[in-house]
Design a protein around this ligand. Sequence first.
Ligand code: FAD
Ligand code: NAD
Length: 499
Amino acid sequence: QVPLKPGRSLMDWIRLTKSGKDLTGLKGRLIEVTEDELAKHNKKEDCWICIRGFVYNVTPYMEYHPGGEDELMKAAGTDGTDLFDQVHRWVNYESMLKECLVGRMAVKPIAAPKEISSALSEEKKQLNGMLPEKKVLHASAEDLTPSYDWFQTDSLITIVIYTKQKGMNAELVTVDCQDRRLRGEIIVDNHSYLVEVDLDHAVQEDLAVNIAEKVGKVEIILKKKDNNHWKMLGQPLENHNTFIKRTDRGLFYRKCKLVSKTEVTHDTKLLCLMLPKTTHLCVPTGQHIYLKQIIEGTEVVKPYTPVLPFLPLDFKEPSHRGGAHIYLMIKIYSCGLFTQALDHLQIGDYISVSNPEGNFKKSQVQTSEDLFLLAAGTGFTPMVKLLNFALTEVSCLRTVTLIFFNKTEDDILWRNELEQLALKDERFKVRFILSQPTKDWVGKQGKISSALLSEFVKRSRKDSKVLICICGPTPFTEQGVQYLKDLGYSQEEIHAFTA
Ligand code: FAD
Ligand code: NAD
Protein backbone atom coordinates (compact mmCIF):
# COMPACT_ATOMS: atom_id res chain seq x y z
CA GLN A 1 0.00 0.00 0.00
CA VAL A 2 1.09 3.57 -0.68
CA PRO A 3 -0.17 6.71 1.05
CA LEU A 4 -2.96 8.16 -1.05
CA LYS A 5 -3.49 11.89 -1.56
CA PRO A 6 -6.30 13.48 0.46
CA GLY A 7 -9.63 13.03 -1.31
CA ARG A 8 -8.53 9.78 -2.95
CA SER A 9 -9.99 7.18 -0.53
CA LEU A 10 -12.24 4.32 -1.63
CA MET A 11 -15.23 6.36 -0.47
CA ASP A 12 -14.11 9.25 -2.68
CA TRP A 13 -13.82 6.81 -5.59
CA ILE A 14 -17.33 5.46 -4.99
CA ARG A 15 -18.64 9.03 -4.94
CA LEU A 16 -16.87 9.81 -8.23
CA THR A 17 -18.37 6.71 -9.87
CA LYS A 18 -21.82 7.86 -8.76
CA SER A 19 -21.32 11.44 -9.97
CA GLY A 20 -22.46 10.70 -13.51
CA LYS A 21 -19.09 11.78 -14.92
CA ASP A 22 -18.05 9.99 -18.12
CA LEU A 23 -15.15 7.88 -16.79
CA THR A 24 -14.39 5.93 -19.95
CA GLY A 25 -14.43 8.84 -22.37
CA LEU A 26 -16.88 6.88 -24.55
CA LYS A 27 -20.08 8.58 -23.37
CA GLY A 28 -21.58 5.33 -22.11
CA ARG A 29 -20.94 3.35 -25.35
CA LEU A 30 -19.51 -0.15 -25.00
CA ILE A 31 -17.07 -1.20 -27.71
CA GLU A 32 -15.32 -4.36 -28.83
CA VAL A 33 -11.59 -4.01 -28.19
CA THR A 34 -8.88 -5.68 -30.26
CA GLU A 35 -5.48 -6.54 -28.79
CA ASP A 36 -3.88 -3.82 -30.92
CA GLU A 37 -6.33 -1.22 -29.63
CA LEU A 38 -5.77 -2.32 -26.02
CA ALA A 39 -1.99 -2.05 -26.43
CA LYS A 40 -2.30 1.59 -27.53
CA HIS A 41 -3.72 2.61 -24.13
CA ASN A 42 -0.60 2.01 -22.07
CA LYS A 43 0.14 5.38 -20.51
CA LYS A 44 -0.74 6.83 -17.10
CA GLU A 45 -2.89 9.48 -18.74
CA ASP A 46 -4.58 6.89 -20.99
CA CYS A 47 -4.60 3.44 -19.44
CA TRP A 48 -6.79 0.46 -20.35
CA ILE A 49 -6.53 -2.95 -18.70
CA CYS A 50 -8.24 -6.22 -19.58
CA ILE A 51 -9.51 -8.46 -16.74
CA ARG A 52 -11.21 -11.74 -17.64
CA GLY A 53 -12.08 -10.58 -21.12
CA PHE A 54 -13.47 -7.18 -20.09
CA VAL A 55 -11.58 -3.97 -20.74
CA TYR A 56 -11.56 -1.10 -18.25
CA ASN A 57 -10.29 2.44 -18.66
CA VAL A 58 -8.49 2.76 -15.31
CA THR A 59 -7.02 6.22 -16.01
CA PRO A 60 -9.39 7.99 -13.59
CA TYR A 61 -8.75 5.27 -10.94
CA MET A 62 -4.93 5.76 -10.95
CA GLU A 63 -4.79 8.08 -7.95
CA TYR A 64 -7.26 5.98 -5.98
CA HIS A 65 -5.45 2.64 -6.32
CA PRO A 66 -4.31 1.63 -2.79
CA GLY A 67 -1.35 -0.24 -4.28
CA GLY A 68 -0.15 2.84 -6.16
CA GLU A 69 -0.04 3.96 -9.78
CA ASP A 70 3.10 1.96 -10.63
CA GLU A 71 1.44 -1.34 -9.69
CA LEU A 72 -1.53 -0.54 -11.91
CA MET A 73 0.77 0.48 -14.76
CA LYS A 74 2.33 -3.02 -14.77
CA ALA A 75 -0.81 -4.17 -16.58
CA ALA A 76 -1.30 -1.08 -18.76
CA GLY A 77 -2.48 -1.95 -22.26
CA THR A 78 -2.42 -5.70 -21.57
CA ASP A 79 -4.38 -8.56 -20.03
CA GLY A 80 -3.90 -7.98 -16.30
CA THR A 81 -5.94 -10.97 -15.12
CA ASP A 82 -3.00 -13.00 -13.76
CA LEU A 83 -1.45 -10.00 -12.06
CA PHE A 84 -4.80 -9.08 -10.55
CA ASP A 85 -5.38 -12.63 -9.29
CA GLN A 86 -1.95 -12.75 -7.69
CA VAL A 87 -2.44 -9.55 -5.74
CA HIS A 88 -6.13 -9.27 -4.89
CA ARG A 89 -8.43 -11.61 -6.65
CA TRP A 90 -10.99 -11.06 -3.87
CA VAL A 91 -11.48 -7.42 -4.73
CA ASN A 92 -14.76 -7.02 -6.53
CA TYR A 93 -13.46 -5.10 -9.52
CA GLU A 94 -16.68 -5.60 -11.51
CA SER A 95 -18.51 -3.48 -8.98
CA MET A 96 -15.65 -1.04 -8.27
CA LEU A 97 -14.85 -0.39 -11.93
CA LYS A 98 -18.28 -0.72 -13.51
CA GLU A 99 -18.28 2.92 -14.62
CA CYS A 100 -14.87 2.38 -16.26
CA LEU A 101 -16.00 -0.47 -18.50
CA VAL A 102 -14.94 0.11 -22.10
CA GLY A 103 -16.23 -3.19 -23.46
CA ARG A 104 -15.29 -6.76 -24.21
CA MET A 105 -12.15 -8.05 -25.89
CA ALA A 106 -12.86 -9.04 -29.48
CA VAL A 107 -12.94 -12.83 -29.79
CA LYS A 108 -9.53 -14.21 -30.63
CA PRO A 109 -9.19 -16.15 -33.93
CA ILE A 110 -9.32 -19.90 -33.60
CA ALA A 111 -5.89 -21.55 -33.30
CA ALA A 112 -4.20 -22.26 -36.63
CA PRO A 113 -4.87 -25.74 -38.13
CA LYS A 114 -1.15 -26.59 -37.99
CA GLU A 115 -1.34 -27.03 -34.23
CA ILE A 116 -4.31 -29.34 -34.50
CA SER A 117 -2.53 -31.65 -36.92
CA SER A 118 0.60 -31.78 -34.77
CA ALA A 119 -1.54 -32.69 -31.76
CA LEU A 120 -3.10 -35.48 -33.80
CA SER A 121 0.23 -36.92 -34.86
CA GLU A 122 1.32 -36.80 -31.20
CA GLU A 123 -1.74 -38.93 -30.32
CA LYS A 124 -0.83 -41.40 -33.08
CA LYS A 125 2.73 -41.70 -31.80
CA GLN A 126 1.40 -42.57 -28.39
CA LEU A 127 -0.59 -45.46 -29.77
CA ASN A 128 2.58 -47.01 -31.08
CA GLY A 129 4.60 -47.02 -27.93
CA MET A 130 5.07 -45.70 -24.42
CA LEU A 131 3.22 -42.59 -23.36
CA PRO A 132 5.39 -39.49 -23.33
CA GLU A 133 6.28 -38.33 -19.82
CA LYS A 134 3.86 -35.40 -19.83
CA LYS A 135 0.92 -37.66 -20.58
CA VAL A 136 1.88 -40.10 -17.84
CA LEU A 137 1.90 -37.29 -15.31
CA HIS A 138 -1.44 -36.11 -16.57
CA ALA A 139 -2.90 -39.60 -16.31
CA SER A 140 -1.88 -40.02 -12.68
CA ALA A 141 -3.11 -36.52 -11.80
CA GLU A 142 -6.45 -37.46 -13.27
CA ASP A 143 -6.62 -40.51 -11.00
CA LEU A 144 -6.56 -38.13 -8.05
CA THR A 145 -9.64 -36.25 -9.22
CA PRO A 146 -12.38 -36.74 -6.65
CA SER A 147 -15.69 -38.22 -7.76
CA TYR A 148 -19.17 -38.32 -6.28
CA ASP A 149 -22.21 -40.52 -6.07
CA TRP A 150 -25.56 -40.19 -4.37
CA PHE A 151 -28.27 -42.39 -2.93
CA GLN A 152 -31.54 -42.00 -1.09
CA THR A 153 -33.76 -43.50 1.57
CA ASP A 154 -37.38 -42.50 2.17
CA SER A 155 -36.34 -39.45 4.15
CA LEU A 156 -32.67 -38.75 3.32
CA ILE A 157 -30.46 -37.86 0.39
CA THR A 158 -26.81 -38.73 0.83
CA ILE A 159 -24.14 -37.37 -1.49
CA VAL A 160 -20.84 -39.19 -1.16
CA ILE A 161 -17.62 -37.59 -2.36
CA TYR A 162 -14.58 -39.81 -2.74
CA THR A 163 -11.62 -37.48 -2.40
CA LYS A 164 -8.98 -40.23 -2.70
CA GLN A 165 -7.09 -38.24 -0.08
CA LYS A 166 -5.98 -39.38 3.36
CA GLY A 167 -6.30 -36.93 6.23
CA MET A 168 -9.51 -35.34 4.96
CA ASN A 169 -11.05 -33.25 7.75
CA ALA A 170 -13.95 -30.93 8.48
CA GLU A 171 -11.89 -27.80 7.74
CA LEU A 172 -11.44 -28.89 4.13
CA VAL A 173 -15.17 -29.21 3.45
CA THR A 174 -17.59 -26.31 2.95
CA VAL A 175 -21.22 -27.05 2.17
CA ASP A 176 -24.14 -24.70 1.56
CA CYS A 177 -27.69 -25.48 0.70
CA GLN A 178 -29.66 -22.35 -0.12
CA ASP A 179 -33.22 -22.94 -1.29
CA ARG A 180 -32.67 -25.88 -3.60
CA ARG A 181 -29.13 -25.03 -4.60
CA LEU A 182 -26.54 -27.36 -3.12
CA ARG A 183 -22.86 -26.42 -3.21
CA GLY A 184 -20.17 -28.61 -1.68
CA GLU A 185 -16.51 -27.60 -2.03
CA ILE A 186 -13.66 -29.85 -0.96
CA ILE A 187 -10.07 -28.67 -0.74
CA VAL A 188 -7.52 -31.27 -1.82
CA ASP A 189 -3.99 -29.87 -1.51
CA ASN A 190 -4.08 -26.68 -3.54
CA HIS A 191 -7.09 -27.75 -5.57
CA SER A 192 -10.81 -27.41 -5.16
CA TYR A 193 -13.44 -30.01 -6.07
CA LEU A 194 -17.00 -28.79 -6.43
CA VAL A 195 -20.37 -30.46 -6.40
CA GLU A 196 -22.96 -27.86 -7.39
CA VAL A 197 -26.52 -28.78 -8.35
CA ASP A 198 -30.04 -27.43 -8.38
CA LEU A 199 -31.68 -30.18 -6.34
CA ASP A 200 -34.53 -32.12 -7.87
CA HIS A 201 -36.83 -31.50 -4.87
CA ALA A 202 -36.91 -29.31 -1.78
CA VAL A 203 -34.99 -30.29 1.36
CA GLN A 204 -35.28 -29.27 4.99
CA GLU A 205 -33.23 -26.43 6.46
CA ASP A 206 -30.68 -28.71 8.04
CA LEU A 207 -27.69 -30.66 6.80
CA ALA A 208 -25.02 -32.93 8.18
CA VAL A 209 -21.51 -33.66 7.00
CA ASN A 210 -19.72 -36.88 7.93
CA ILE A 211 -16.09 -37.45 7.12
CA ALA A 212 -14.25 -40.76 7.08
CA GLU A 213 -10.79 -39.24 7.52
CA LYS A 214 -8.70 -42.30 6.75
CA VAL A 215 -10.30 -43.10 3.42
CA GLY A 216 -11.09 -39.52 2.47
CA LYS A 217 -14.82 -40.05 2.06
CA VAL A 218 -17.15 -37.10 2.64
CA GLU A 219 -20.90 -37.58 3.09
CA ILE A 220 -23.36 -34.72 2.82
CA ILE A 221 -26.71 -35.72 4.29
CA LEU A 222 -29.85 -33.77 3.43
CA LYS A 223 -33.35 -34.35 4.78
CA LYS A 224 -36.09 -34.53 2.16
CA LYS A 225 -38.97 -32.13 2.67
CA ASP A 226 -41.48 -34.61 1.27
CA ASN A 227 -40.69 -38.27 1.45
CA ASN A 228 -41.01 -38.77 -2.30
CA HIS A 229 -38.70 -40.72 -4.57
CA TRP A 230 -36.11 -38.61 -6.43
CA LYS A 231 -35.38 -39.63 -10.02
CA MET A 232 -32.16 -37.65 -10.08
CA LEU A 233 -30.07 -35.58 -7.70
CA GLY A 234 -30.77 -32.43 -9.71
CA GLN A 235 -29.57 -30.23 -12.55
CA PRO A 236 -25.80 -29.74 -12.59
CA LEU A 237 -24.76 -26.08 -12.36
CA GLU A 238 -21.95 -24.52 -14.38
CA ASN A 239 -19.00 -25.59 -12.22
CA HIS A 240 -20.42 -28.91 -11.06
CA ASN A 241 -17.95 -31.80 -10.78
CA THR A 242 -14.90 -29.66 -11.58
CA PHE A 243 -11.47 -30.01 -9.98
CA ILE A 244 -9.38 -26.88 -10.44
CA LYS A 245 -6.71 -24.83 -8.71
CA ARG A 246 -8.09 -23.46 -5.47
CA THR A 247 -7.17 -19.91 -6.40
CA ASP A 248 -9.12 -20.18 -9.67
CA ARG A 249 -12.38 -20.94 -7.84
CA GLY A 250 -14.46 -17.82 -7.25
CA LEU A 251 -15.31 -16.86 -3.68
CA PHE A 252 -18.70 -18.01 -2.47
CA TYR A 253 -20.65 -16.00 0.09
CA ARG A 254 -23.51 -16.83 2.44
CA LYS A 255 -25.41 -14.38 4.66
CA CYS A 256 -24.62 -14.67 8.37
CA LYS A 257 -26.51 -13.07 11.22
CA LEU A 258 -24.79 -10.71 13.65
CA VAL A 259 -25.68 -12.15 17.06
CA SER A 260 -23.46 -10.15 19.40
CA LYS A 261 -21.01 -7.27 19.50
CA THR A 262 -18.81 -6.70 22.55
CA GLU A 263 -16.07 -4.18 23.30
CA VAL A 264 -12.50 -5.43 23.48
CA THR A 265 -10.77 -2.02 23.70
CA HIS A 266 -11.77 1.61 23.06
CA ASP A 267 -11.81 0.99 19.28
CA THR A 268 -11.91 -2.78 18.80
CA LYS A 269 -14.97 -5.04 18.96
CA LEU A 270 -15.61 -8.75 19.04
CA LEU A 271 -18.38 -9.61 16.58
CA CYS A 272 -20.14 -12.94 16.66
CA LEU A 273 -21.73 -14.08 13.39
CA MET A 274 -24.01 -17.09 13.14
CA LEU A 275 -23.76 -19.29 10.07
CA PRO A 276 -27.03 -20.49 8.55
CA LYS A 277 -28.14 -23.96 9.63
CA THR A 278 -27.68 -25.03 6.04
CA THR A 279 -23.99 -24.18 5.98
CA HIS A 280 -21.08 -26.32 7.07
CA LEU A 281 -17.97 -24.14 7.29
CA CYS A 282 -14.94 -24.18 9.61
CA VAL A 283 -12.21 -21.59 9.24
CA PRO A 284 -8.82 -23.31 9.63
CA THR A 285 -6.19 -21.91 11.99
CA GLY A 286 -4.23 -19.15 10.25
CA GLN A 287 -6.81 -18.54 7.52
CA HIS A 288 -9.12 -15.60 6.92
CA ILE A 289 -12.54 -14.99 5.40
CA TYR A 290 -13.85 -12.03 3.41
CA LEU A 291 -16.78 -9.91 4.47
CA LYS A 292 -18.83 -8.19 1.78
CA GLN A 293 -21.08 -5.19 2.21
CA ILE A 294 -22.79 -2.90 -0.24
CA ILE A 295 -21.65 0.61 0.57
CA GLU A 296 -23.35 3.40 -1.36
CA GLY A 297 -24.31 0.94 -4.09
CA THR A 298 -20.83 -0.55 -4.52
CA GLU A 299 -19.84 -4.02 -3.28
CA VAL A 300 -16.87 -3.67 -0.95
CA VAL A 301 -14.92 -6.71 0.27
CA LYS A 302 -12.34 -6.85 3.11
CA PRO A 303 -10.49 -9.76 4.74
CA TYR A 304 -10.79 -10.63 8.45
CA THR A 305 -9.25 -13.42 10.51
CA PRO A 306 -11.63 -15.32 12.81
CA VAL A 307 -10.59 -15.66 16.45
CA LEU A 308 -12.00 -17.65 19.39
CA PRO A 309 -14.63 -16.17 21.71
CA PHE A 310 -12.05 -16.05 24.50
CA LEU A 311 -8.58 -17.37 25.21
CA PRO A 312 -8.79 -20.51 27.27
CA LEU A 313 -6.50 -23.42 27.10
CA ASP A 314 -8.08 -26.50 25.52
CA PHE A 315 -10.81 -24.61 23.70
CA LYS A 316 -12.57 -27.01 21.39
CA GLU A 317 -14.65 -25.53 18.62
CA PRO A 318 -18.23 -26.70 19.03
CA SER A 319 -19.65 -29.30 16.67
CA HIS A 320 -19.27 -28.45 13.01
CA ARG A 321 -22.99 -28.72 12.34
CA GLY A 322 -24.92 -25.79 10.97
CA GLY A 323 -25.60 -22.81 13.20
CA ALA A 324 -21.96 -22.56 14.21
CA HIS A 325 -20.44 -19.20 15.05
CA ILE A 326 -17.60 -17.12 13.65
CA TYR A 327 -15.93 -14.62 15.98
CA LEU A 328 -14.18 -11.60 14.53
CA MET A 329 -12.07 -9.06 16.40
CA ILE A 330 -12.28 -5.88 14.40
CA LYS A 331 -10.75 -2.45 14.90
CA ILE A 332 -13.19 0.30 13.95
CA TYR A 333 -11.30 3.16 12.26
CA SER A 334 -12.90 6.58 12.65
CA CYS A 335 -12.50 7.19 8.90
CA GLY A 336 -12.51 3.56 7.80
CA LEU A 337 -14.93 2.86 4.98
CA PHE A 338 -15.72 -0.75 5.74
CA THR A 339 -15.38 -0.76 9.54
CA GLN A 340 -17.64 2.27 9.92
CA ALA A 341 -20.34 0.45 7.95
CA LEU A 342 -19.73 -2.70 10.05
CA ASP A 343 -20.07 -0.71 13.23
CA HIS A 344 -23.49 0.44 12.09
CA LEU A 345 -24.78 -3.12 11.77
CA GLN A 346 -27.44 -3.91 14.36
CA ILE A 347 -27.81 -7.22 16.19
CA GLY A 348 -29.96 -9.38 13.92
CA ASP A 349 -28.64 -7.81 10.70
CA TYR A 350 -27.01 -10.00 8.07
CA ILE A 351 -23.61 -9.77 6.37
CA SER A 352 -22.04 -11.85 3.59
CA VAL A 353 -19.17 -14.12 4.64
CA SER A 354 -16.91 -15.97 2.17
CA ASN A 355 -15.23 -19.36 2.26
CA PRO A 356 -11.89 -19.43 4.09
CA GLU A 357 -8.61 -18.68 2.35
CA GLY A 358 -4.95 -18.50 3.27
CA ASN A 359 -1.74 -20.40 2.90
CA PHE A 360 -0.82 -21.16 6.50
CA LYS A 361 -0.50 -24.88 7.24
CA LYS A 362 -0.79 -26.26 10.76
CA SER A 363 1.95 -28.76 9.91
CA GLN A 364 4.39 -25.84 10.07
CA VAL A 365 3.80 -25.70 13.84
CA GLN A 366 3.49 -29.42 14.44
CA THR A 367 7.22 -30.02 14.17
CA SER A 368 8.40 -26.86 15.96
CA GLU A 369 10.05 -26.68 19.36
CA ASP A 370 10.11 -22.89 19.69
CA LEU A 371 7.25 -20.79 18.37
CA PHE A 372 7.46 -16.99 18.16
CA LEU A 373 4.44 -14.87 17.32
CA LEU A 374 5.19 -11.28 16.33
CA ALA A 375 1.93 -9.34 16.21
CA ALA A 376 1.18 -5.64 15.72
CA GLY A 377 -2.28 -4.23 16.50
CA THR A 378 -5.02 -6.39 14.97
CA GLY A 379 -2.23 -8.50 13.49
CA PHE A 380 -2.88 -10.36 16.74
CA THR A 381 -5.99 -12.03 15.24
CA PRO A 382 -4.32 -14.99 13.44
CA MET A 383 -2.27 -15.61 16.58
CA VAL A 384 -5.37 -16.43 18.67
CA LYS A 385 -6.25 -19.77 17.08
CA LEU A 386 -2.58 -20.45 16.52
CA LEU A 387 -1.86 -20.04 20.24
CA ASN A 388 -4.73 -22.30 21.18
CA PHE A 389 -3.64 -24.94 18.69
CA ALA A 390 0.04 -24.76 19.67
CA LEU A 391 -0.53 -24.99 23.41
CA THR A 392 -3.17 -27.70 23.27
CA GLU A 393 -2.19 -29.92 20.37
CA VAL A 394 1.54 -29.66 19.69
CA SER A 395 3.41 -31.83 22.13
CA CYS A 396 6.94 -31.09 20.90
CA LEU A 397 6.67 -27.34 21.61
CA ARG A 398 8.98 -26.19 24.39
CA THR A 399 8.44 -22.42 24.23
CA VAL A 400 5.74 -20.15 22.80
CA THR A 401 6.46 -16.41 22.88
CA LEU A 402 4.08 -13.67 21.78
CA ILE A 403 5.76 -10.33 21.14
CA PHE A 404 2.90 -7.90 20.86
CA PHE A 405 3.46 -4.41 19.39
CA ASN A 406 0.92 -1.69 20.06
CA LYS A 407 0.77 2.07 20.17
CA THR A 408 -0.45 2.52 23.75
CA GLU A 409 -1.47 0.38 26.73
CA ASP A 410 -5.14 1.02 25.89
CA ASP A 411 -4.65 -0.57 22.49
CA ILE A 412 -3.48 -3.96 23.80
CA LEU A 413 -6.03 -6.61 22.86
CA TRP A 414 -6.89 -9.23 25.49
CA ARG A 415 -4.00 -8.16 27.74
CA ASN A 416 -5.56 -9.70 30.80
CA GLU A 417 -6.35 -12.99 29.06
CA LEU A 418 -2.80 -13.22 27.73
CA GLU A 419 -1.28 -12.57 31.14
CA GLN A 420 -3.55 -15.21 32.66
CA LEU A 421 -2.53 -17.68 29.99
CA ALA A 422 1.15 -17.04 30.74
CA LEU A 423 0.48 -17.84 34.41
CA LYS A 424 -1.38 -21.04 33.51
CA ASP A 425 1.09 -22.46 31.00
CA GLU A 426 4.78 -22.11 31.73
CA ARG A 427 5.75 -22.65 28.08
CA PHE A 428 3.97 -19.40 27.15
CA LYS A 429 5.44 -15.92 27.56
CA VAL A 430 4.03 -12.59 26.40
CA ARG A 431 5.96 -9.33 25.86
CA PHE A 432 4.23 -6.02 25.19
CA ILE A 433 6.10 -3.35 23.27
CA LEU A 434 4.60 0.11 22.89
CA SER A 435 5.44 2.64 20.19
CA GLN A 436 3.64 5.60 21.83
CA PRO A 437 3.63 4.83 25.59
CA THR A 438 2.72 7.28 28.32
CA LYS A 439 5.38 8.25 30.91
CA ASP A 440 4.09 5.59 33.31
CA TRP A 441 4.91 2.65 31.04
CA VAL A 442 7.76 0.71 32.56
CA GLY A 443 7.82 -2.01 29.90
CA LYS A 444 9.62 -2.09 26.57
CA GLN A 445 9.06 0.64 24.06
CA GLY A 446 9.84 1.19 20.39
CA LYS A 447 8.99 -0.37 17.05
CA ILE A 448 10.19 -3.58 15.48
CA SER A 449 13.98 -3.54 15.10
CA SER A 450 16.87 -5.90 14.69
CA ALA A 451 18.07 -5.20 18.24
CA LEU A 452 14.66 -5.95 19.68
CA LEU A 453 14.26 -9.18 17.74
CA SER A 454 17.73 -10.45 18.65
CA GLU A 455 16.86 -9.83 22.30
CA PHE A 456 13.57 -11.75 22.25
CA VAL A 457 13.75 -14.30 19.45
CA LYS A 458 16.14 -17.03 20.54
CA ARG A 459 16.26 -20.80 20.16
CA SER A 460 15.70 -22.56 23.49
CA ARG A 461 18.63 -24.79 22.65
CA LYS A 462 21.20 -24.85 19.88
CA ASP A 463 19.64 -26.16 16.65
CA SER A 464 16.08 -26.35 18.05
CA LYS A 465 13.39 -26.18 15.37
CA VAL A 466 11.86 -22.73 15.34
CA LEU A 467 8.86 -21.14 13.65
CA ILE A 468 8.33 -17.37 13.65
CA CYS A 469 4.91 -16.06 12.60
CA ILE A 470 4.47 -12.39 11.90
CA CYS A 471 1.41 -10.23 11.24
CA GLY A 472 0.56 -6.54 11.31
CA PRO A 473 0.67 -3.43 9.09
CA THR A 474 2.53 -4.21 5.84
CA PRO A 475 5.68 -2.17 6.70
CA PHE A 476 5.84 -3.92 10.09
CA THR A 477 5.64 -7.37 8.48
CA GLU A 478 8.10 -6.54 5.71
CA GLN A 479 10.66 -5.01 8.07
CA GLY A 480 10.23 -7.89 10.53
CA VAL A 481 10.85 -10.53 7.86
CA GLN A 482 13.97 -8.69 6.67
CA TYR A 483 15.40 -8.33 10.21
CA LEU A 484 14.76 -12.02 10.88
CA LYS A 485 16.56 -13.00 7.69
CA ASP A 486 19.46 -10.70 8.62
CA LEU A 487 19.59 -12.50 11.97
CA GLY A 488 20.06 -15.78 10.12
CA TYR A 489 16.55 -17.29 10.15
CA SER A 490 15.62 -19.11 6.95
CA GLN A 491 12.54 -18.57 4.79
CA GLU A 492 11.11 -21.90 6.05
CA GLU A 493 11.38 -20.71 9.65
CA ILE A 494 9.30 -17.58 8.98
CA HIS A 495 5.60 -17.33 8.12
CA ALA A 496 4.24 -13.88 7.26
CA PHE A 497 0.45 -13.48 7.28
CA THR A 498 -0.70 -11.35 4.37
CA ALA A 499 -3.80 -11.08 2.20
P1 FAD B 1 -9.95 1.98 5.29
O1 FAD B 1 -11.03 2.85 4.79
O2 FAD B 1 -9.24 1.14 4.28
O3 FAD B 1 -8.87 2.78 6.12
C1 FAD B 1 -8.46 2.44 7.48
C2 FAD B 1 -7.53 3.47 8.05
O4 FAD B 1 -6.29 3.43 7.39
C3 FAD B 1 -8.07 4.85 7.87
O5 FAD B 1 -7.71 5.59 8.98
C4 FAD B 1 -7.41 5.32 6.59
O6 FAD B 1 -7.28 6.71 6.59
C5 FAD B 1 -6.07 4.59 6.64
N1 FAD B 1 -5.59 4.12 5.32
C6 FAD B 1 -6.11 3.14 4.55
N2 FAD B 1 -5.43 2.97 3.43
C7 FAD B 1 -4.45 3.88 3.47
C8 FAD B 1 -3.41 4.21 2.60
N3 FAD B 1 -3.21 3.55 1.45
N4 FAD B 1 -2.57 5.20 2.96
C9 FAD B 1 -2.73 5.85 4.12
N5 FAD B 1 -3.70 5.58 4.99
C10 FAD B 1 -4.54 4.62 4.67
N6 FAD B 1 -8.59 -6.07 10.59
C11 FAD B 1 -9.17 -6.32 11.78
O7 FAD B 1 -9.58 -5.38 12.48
N7 FAD B 1 -9.34 -7.61 12.23
C12 FAD B 1 -8.92 -8.69 11.51
O8 FAD B 1 -9.11 -9.84 11.92
C13 FAD B 1 -8.28 -8.44 10.24
N8 FAD B 1 -7.87 -9.46 9.47
C14 FAD B 1 -7.23 -9.20 8.28
C15 FAD B 1 -6.76 -10.26 7.50
C16 FAD B 1 -6.07 -10.01 6.34
C17 FAD B 1 -5.57 -11.15 5.50
C18 FAD B 1 -5.83 -8.66 5.93
C19 FAD B 1 -5.07 -8.36 4.67
C20 FAD B 1 -6.34 -7.61 6.67
C21 FAD B 1 -7.04 -7.85 7.84
N9 FAD B 1 -7.58 -6.82 8.59
C22 FAD B 1 -8.15 -7.09 9.81
C23 FAD B 1 -7.66 -5.44 8.05
C24 FAD B 1 -9.02 -5.25 7.31
O9 FAD B 1 -9.07 -6.07 6.17
C25 FAD B 1 -9.25 -3.80 6.84
O10 FAD B 1 -8.15 -3.36 6.12
C26 FAD B 1 -9.51 -2.87 8.01
O11 FAD B 1 -10.66 -3.31 8.72
C27 FAD B 1 -9.72 -1.42 7.56
O12 FAD B 1 -10.81 -1.35 6.69
P2 FAD B 1 -11.62 0.02 6.47
O13 FAD B 1 -12.29 -0.07 5.15
O14 FAD B 1 -12.47 0.32 7.64
O15 FAD B 1 -10.48 1.08 6.46
P1 NAD C 1 -1.54 0.19 14.68
O1 NAD C 1 -1.53 1.33 13.75
O2 NAD C 1 -2.29 0.32 15.97
O3 NAD C 1 -0.03 -0.21 14.97
C1 NAD C 1 0.33 -1.24 15.88
C2 NAD C 1 1.83 -1.32 15.92
O4 NAD C 1 2.33 -1.68 14.64
C3 NAD C 1 2.51 -0.02 16.24
O5 NAD C 1 2.55 0.23 17.62
C4 NAD C 1 3.91 -0.28 15.68
O6 NAD C 1 4.70 -1.01 16.59
C5 NAD C 1 3.62 -1.15 14.49
N1 NAD C 1 3.65 -0.35 13.27
C6 NAD C 1 2.65 0.40 12.75
N2 NAD C 1 3.05 1.02 11.62
C7 NAD C 1 4.33 0.64 11.42
C8 NAD C 1 5.29 0.94 10.44
N3 NAD C 1 5.00 1.76 9.41
N4 NAD C 1 6.50 0.37 10.53
C9 NAD C 1 6.80 -0.46 11.55
N5 NAD C 1 5.93 -0.77 12.52
C10 NAD C 1 4.72 -0.24 12.47
O7 NAD C 1 -2.03 -1.13 13.93
P2 NAD C 1 -3.52 -1.51 13.49
O8 NAD C 1 -4.29 -0.27 13.17
O9 NAD C 1 -4.10 -2.43 14.52
O10 NAD C 1 -3.28 -2.28 12.14
C11 NAD C 1 -3.07 -3.65 12.09
C12 NAD C 1 -2.69 -4.06 10.67
O11 NAD C 1 -2.59 -5.46 10.63
C13 NAD C 1 -3.65 -3.62 9.57
O12 NAD C 1 -2.89 -3.05 8.54
C14 NAD C 1 -4.26 -4.92 9.10
O13 NAD C 1 -4.54 -4.90 7.73
C15 NAD C 1 -3.16 -5.92 9.40
N6 NAD C 1 -3.67 -7.29 9.58
C16 NAD C 1 -3.27 -8.21 8.66
C17 NAD C 1 -3.72 -9.50 8.77
C18 NAD C 1 -3.24 -10.52 7.75
O14 NAD C 1 -2.61 -10.18 6.79
N7 NAD C 1 -3.56 -11.80 7.89
C19 NAD C 1 -4.55 -9.89 9.82
C20 NAD C 1 -4.94 -8.92 10.74
C21 NAD C 1 -4.50 -7.60 10.62
